[in-house]
Write a protein of this length. Sequence first.
Length: 130
Amino acid sequence: MRYYCIAILALAVLMPSIGCERPSPTPPSEDAARSMFSIKDGFNREDTSAFCRDFHGIMFSGGFTTQRYLEVNKMLRGGLGDWISEAYLGQKPYGQDMTVHEWRVKFQKGGMKLVLVLDRDGKVTGLWFR
């Protein structure tokens, strides 16, 4: 019984820190912030021109058209609701000419991580909701 109580106490202390990510002390670059806000605006309004505004041409290869992005957007919104807020988690280099930026996004019905990859010209070359 004593070990059971110790285990429960340890879990109670550790649970808040498991899976928690701290916001970055530095803000995102101008390009990253602009791209994220365009994606957020397009997501909430289901507007593919806003959603894809900063996408590099490579984002429209492999069968992904603006129509396909709209379909995925509608599916995500159906499950998650509106995008409410976001917290910037930071950035890291990716290859020679790209940077990965991450946000924790809060939706009406839950949360996800947004991973955004920008090339050296500030164009989106990768986008994932995890």
